[in-house]
Design a protein around this ligand. Structure first.
Ligand SMILES: NC(=O)c1ccc[n+]([C@@H]2O[C@H](COP(=O)([O-])OP(=O)(O)OC[C@H]3O[C@@H](n4cnc5c(N)ncnc54)[C@H](OP(=O)(O)O)[C@@H]3O)[C@@H](O)[C@H]2O)c1
Length: 230
């Protein structure tokens, strides 16, 4: 049974992905909220396979290493999904807030790959899905730190592929447009929520990318709602 780690499994996109993978995978789920995580894990266990869950704040010192050790061995699939944003004018954001966005959206996923890719390479196979954002390519006022982090993760994903794909480890950068999740509850305003992608649609795309046949690879996917960039 393939072993799959999903970060941010308690949020909109991660949570929608769990039931899609549960029937075919042994799942390792992480998120911050222990109550929500327990709920997601319980639902996934009803699909009959093994589910392990670890509540932790990935920004805490040593947390990525703790998460990697908790896995107890290599994973076949890593979904780097945990992320967050606080939109606002760059000059009025405290530096601490800017740094948190860079850390969570760029440094943490890179650190996790750093911890897990050696195991994938020694198995000669692995898939990494890095959940970026359309903000990796489009410019949005009020999203400077988030865009910088997500476009940095795009550059990282491309370089990683150059280094590992001929040894069986394939990474894909998924760039979703606006998606109707609780991420938007925390912003001052938002594009019309009913025009956004659903978390289910993004999760289905992640599942498709994970299950690509072995005779092909996809480097980058831009997934937008029907009206395009909102
Ligand atoms: N929503 C959008 O419009 C949109 C568009 C493009 C890309 N994305 C990307 O999609 C990914 C998922 O976002 P979402 O929309 O599903 O947002 P969400 O509903 O807010 O979920 C975010 C997830 O990340 C986890 N997380 C946040 N900070 C964390 C931390 N410090 N340590 C550990 N886990 C943490 C949350 O855990 P808890 O809930 O337990 O705190 C939650 O599971 C993010 O990378 C986001 O940038 C979102």
């Amino acid at each position: 049974m393939r072993r799959v780690l999903i970060t941010g499994a308690t949020g909109g996109i991660g949570r929608a992905l769990v039931p899609l993978l549960a029937p075919s995978s042994s799942l390792f789920l992480t998120g911050r909220d222990p109550v929500k995580l327990d709920e997601v894990a319980r639902e996934a266990r009803s699909a009959g396979n093994e589910v392990s869950a670890l509540a932790l704040d990935l920004m805490a010192p040593g947390a990525v290493q703790t998460q990697a050790s908790w896995l107890g061995g290599p994973v076949d699939v890593l979904v780097n999904n945990a992320g967050d944003v606080q939109f606002g004018p760059y000059e009025s954001q405290p530096w601490e807030a800017v740094h948190r966005e860079l850390r969570l959206n760029l440094e943490v996923p890179m650190e996790l790959v750093h911890a897990l890719v050696p195991g994938m390479l020694s198995n000669g196979q692995g898939r990494i899905v890095n959940v970026l954002s359309i903000a990796a390519k489009e410019t949005f006022a009020g999203a400077a730190a988030y865009s910088a982090a997500k476009s940095g993760l795009l550059a990282f994903t491309r370089c990683l592929n150059r280094e590992t794909r001929t040894r069986g480890v394939h990474s894909v950068a998924l760039l979703p447009g606006a998606t109707d999740t609780s991420l938007w509850d925390r912003q001052q305003g938002s594009p019309p929520r009913n025009q956004m992608l659903t978390a289910q649609a993004v999760a289905e795309e992640i599942a498709r990318l994970i299950d690509l046949p072995a005779d092909r690879t996809v480097d980058e996917v831009v997934l937008l709602p029907p009206h395009g960039v909102l």
